[in-house]
Design a protein around this ligand. Structure first.
Ligand code: IPE
Ligand code: IPE
Ligand code: MG
Length: 248
């Protein structure tokens, strides 16, 4: 028997194809977004932090394992004190919320960066998130805070040297894999895809070691204008790339 009713074709979903395990994002363009609206730069950071929440939830929902975001670099201390204070205030607020909600939402949170110069409040919240992580499995957000790729490599080198002095390691046995174990990203696969909005096409000291063979996706969108559809577009672009890793 022939059916008259025509079956409507469902729109293709991003989850119909392979999803990378790990995406990293340089959340850039907050200041320009605000300036274009005649707002203070801090308004851009506030809008950007909301977008981060939306994107993290979306990445979890499509089945990503790791999302690494660049929130504050070791170079961002060069900014006016008032702007730094506003950014750190937003991060404090986010961590406070995370402590409340991460278990319910099933989002693990790891911090990459030199946390020593950050305030007591942020550091105590981070300790709380570390405890909560032990009860959660699955999707993980790596928040890069006072993070610099060179600083991360420098620290790893110093930690390895210390282990050599202590007789735990020998210089001759150092492999790339062993060195990776001294980085903040220890045990986490390298990002297959690095996304940078805002029109800038540079790495700005982000994941220098880990992005050796990442695919890069640039967009002129400013971070506060970023949407889940843009994640889909980046993944679609990624699927078309031919990754050779130096082979033919
Ligand atoms: C990214 O946005 C946020 C941080 C670097 C903390 P920016 O503040 O760099 O925004 P633009 O690049 O000035 O537009
Ligand atoms: C990179 O953006 C750092 C973060 C997004 C946290 P910047 O705005 O600091 O980078 P540059 O100065 O344009 O290279
Ligand atoms: Mg910027």
């Amino acid at each position: 028997m022939k059916l008259n009713r025509q079956k409507k074709k469902a729109a293709p979903k991003i989850t119909d194809g392979p999803i990378p395990e790990h995406i990293a994002i340089i959340m850039d363009g907050n200041g320009r977004w605000a300036s274009r609206r005649g707002l203070p730069r801090t308004a851009g950071h506030a809008a950007g932090s909301e977008v981060f929440r939306t994107i993290a939830t979306y990445c979890k929902n499509i089945g990503l394992k790791y999302l690494t975001v660049y929130a504050f670099s070791t170079e961002n201390w060069k900014r006016p004190a008032s702007e730094i204070e506003a950014i750190l205030g937003l991060l404090d607020k986010y961590l406070r919320e995370a402590v409340e909600k991460m278990e319910r939402d099933g989002i693990r949170l790891a911090l990459f960066g030199d946390l020593a110069p950050l305030g007591d409040s942020i550091r105590s919240l981070i300790r709380q998130t570390e405890e909560i992580n032990e009860r959660i499995e699955g999707f993980q957000v790596n928040l890069c805070l006072n993070y610099g790729g060179r600083d991360e490599i420098r620290r790893a080198a110093a930690a390895f040297a210390r282990d050599c002095v202590d007789g735990v390691r020998r210089p001759e046995e150092l492999t790339e894999e062993m060195f990776s174990g001294y980085l903040y990203s220890k045990g986490i696969p390298e990002p297959e895809l690095v996304i940078r909005p805002s029109g800038e096409q540079r790495i700005s000291n982000f994941l220098l070691w880990q992005s050796a063979y990442s695919e890069f996706y640039y967009t002129d969108l400013l971070w506060p204008d970023f949407t889940p559809s843009e994640i889909d577009r980046a993944i679609e672009a990624f699927r078309k790339r031919e990754r050779r890793f130096g082979a033919v």
